[in-house]
Design a protein. Sequence first.
Length: 369
Amino acid sequence: MTDNFVDTIVIGAGVVGLAIARKFALSKRDVLVIEEQSTFGTITSTRNSGVIHAGVYYDKDSLKSKLCPIGNRLLYEYCDKYQIPHINTGKFIVATSSDESKELQNILNQSQDAGVEGIKFVSKGYVKNKEPLIECLEALYVPTTGIIDQSALMRSYIGEIEDKGGSISFNSKFLESEIVNDIFQSKILCNEEEIEINSNNLINAAGLYAQEISQGIKSLKQETIPQIYYAKGNYFDTGRNLNIKHLIYPVPNEASLGLHLGLDLGMQVRFGPDVEWIDEINYDVSDSRLDIFYRGIKKYLPSIDKSLLKPGYSGIRPKLKNKGQGKSDFLIQGTKEHNINNLVNLYGIESPGLTSSLSIANYVYDLLH
């Protein structure tokens, strides 16, 4: 990698950054992805549940509500076309109390407003017939939810980027960018060598580190950079196939979708994520959270054997609202928001970022055209 000029620099080789770079590469734009880590998708993109979300939970007029249902359809089409391993499992959102039953109606209304297809109320008996181990009063059935191999998806995005002449530079840290005559002059530390790369467009898709990247963009007003809050999500694994075929979600809270029962592509069961607000990034999963998990899981899976639950992995959500402040949306800023041409900053890209990766890419592309 030497000093040069490219049309578009994308900072961050997570699933969203790669989807954006793919979109530009397919549009015959010379694109370079800058990634500080030694490989792709190590921060948030593989530290999640690997779920293809339907778009059920998000407030009307939010970006999540707009982009997730579209992304869901685009992602299934992509998986079918490029043979990305995935399973359209469907999921049940289960109510285990009368208060939760009332909330199901709100979720249904939100879903229908967002254009989620096929979601419907089902009875306790219906759930019991499909999933004998699950207990609930009633549930919503969401047929368009599924699971996906995130790494395979990102490898496919990379393949398309490179096939169209784009490049990905790993072990490359973005330092700063100065705008001169509408050109971004970006300094990159690549394998301990500082180099300068000029570009027409600069796209900050650095996930947990997007705010840090923005601090290095000269002329960007500080007041446009939102505060970030870290909401860690821990998982506990069972390492077992419990003969459960659907994803099982409790009624969500304001910060997460609850301690849900997830599946990997081998149909082994895991639980999580929970919500643990933290001040500094760390990925340790503590045994001390076991009792919280066990109590939450037993509400809908009373037969769960506590001894099966083993600390698994964790991920961190880059929230734009702190604990108790309500739901956090995506924030994608273009010229209208920060008054700098050809710059896009993406903040708060958490779930459903994986599902929405292709629709986010289209959205960002449209901002720059």
